[in-house]
Design a protein around this ligand. Structure first.
Ligand code: CP
Length: 366
């Protein structure tokens, strides 16, 4: 099912800006690793990663299960590239990626920047605070400016749901949604799925609980789409004002009682509580919220099994998650951040390079 990457070059070692491949210098590989190569994943018809058919990634509803799995598998190969002493892949030399973050971001923006640079692409950080947006330039004119600069791929985060779709309609360049309003955050869901798959092995028969402000959460929405597609059982828990009944239409169960949702859960994802929700009257008090919905070690014990804890960040310690639980052995929060780079490398490579990769079977995972 796998073929060696046809244009793979001999791996020359750290800092040489070369990809590993046929004719590799085995003495540069870590002990126990022989002939480590990336192999192209082959697929059939529309699902073939050889022919990635999407110009944009606005949410995960447009991806098939095979396409999501291709991203996750390619991310696995990319993670090995990051773990090993192998540096830039020259795959995207000559390609340009623009990062347009109209909303604050720590993880997503820096993760995309690292991912694109590791792959050899040129990255333009569109500094919104210093840009002509502040002089009243519209998103459409900004898009036209990017078009004129011959950018290949744009990553946008915006407070307005639909901003990424708007940009995608007006640009020949590919657009990745880095989070738009309350709509979607597809790469967060992909990295969450990747992290869960590493620890759970797969999704069939697994129960994932997502707790918190479901109503306003683009992370929850994209995760529900991805996790249900991959075959997981998803249960949403939160206060009635923050848990819309319509979510059931996406094939999940909902409850206002977190403790009744926990038995049997393989993983629980706590969402960030946007503190302005209290001011808008959707919560009586943060104290009340924490009493009923904060994830704590004692509460997690109700699952009755080993359960992993996730959180997309940034954390409100002591509000939606107890600090000692966030820092405990069952917490995957830092791994989520690490995996975000590998997942975004996989996605950028697929969208600009057109191929999905796996590690050659001879290569022992680090
Ligand atoms: N999870 C997430 O989107 O984090 P940032 O807001 O820091 O990008």
């Amino acid at each position: 099912m796998k073929a060696v990457v046809p244009d793979a070059q001999p791996r020359k070692g750290r800092g040489d800006n070369e990809v590993f491949g046929e004719g590799e210098n085995r003495d540069l590989l870590p002990p126990g690793v022989k002939g480590c190569r990336l192999s192209m994943i082959e697929g059939k018809g529309e699902d073939s990663p050889m022919h990635w058919r999407h110009k944009d990634l606005l949410d995960l509803d447009t991806l098939t299960v095979a396409e999501i799995e291709t991203i996750l598998q390619t991310a696995g190969a990319m993670k090995e590239v990051l773990i090993r002493p192998l540096e830039k892949l020259p795959a995207l030399r000559g390609k340009s990626v623009a990062l347009m973050f109209y909303e604050n971001s720590t993880r997503t923006r820096s993760s995309f920047e690292n991912a694109a640079k590791i792959l050899g692409a040129q990255v333009t950080n569109f500094a919104v605070a210093q840009s002509s947006v502040n002089k009243g330039e519209s998103l459409l004119d900004t898009a036209r400016t990017l078009q004129a600069m011959k950018i290949d791929l744009v990553v946008i985060r915006h407070a307005a749901s639909g901003a990424a779709e708007f940009l995608a309609k007006h640009l020949e360049a590919g657009v990745i949604n880095g989070g738009d309003g309350q709509h979607a955050h597809p790469t967060q869901a992909l990295l969450d799925c990747f992290t869960l798959k590493e620890h759970l092995g797969g999704f069939r028969g697994k129960k994932i609980v997502i707790v918190g402000d479901i109503l306003h959460s683009r992370v929850a929405r994209s995760n529900v789409i991805a996790l249900t597609k991959l075959g997981a059982e998803v249960m949403l828990a939160g206060p009635p004002t923050l848990l819309p009944a319509e979510m059931k239409a996406l094939g999940v169960q909902t409850t206002y009682d977190l403790e009744s949702a926990l038995p049997g859960a393989d993983a629980v994802m706590a969402l960030r509580l946007q503190l302005e929700r209290q001011r808008s009257g959707l919560l009586p008090s943060l104290r009340e919220y924490s009493r009923l919905y904060m994830l704590t070690t004692e509460r997690l014990a109700r699952t009755g099994k080993k359960t992993f804890v996730l959180h997309p960040g940034p954390l409100n310690r002591g509000v939606e998650i107890a600090s000692e639980l966030a820092d405990s052995a069952c917490s995957l929060i830092e791994e989520q951040v690490t995996n975000g780079v590998a997942v975004r490398m996989a996605l950028i490579n697929l969208m600009l390079g057109g191929a999905g990769y796996a590690l050659d079977q001879e290569c022992t995972p680090a």
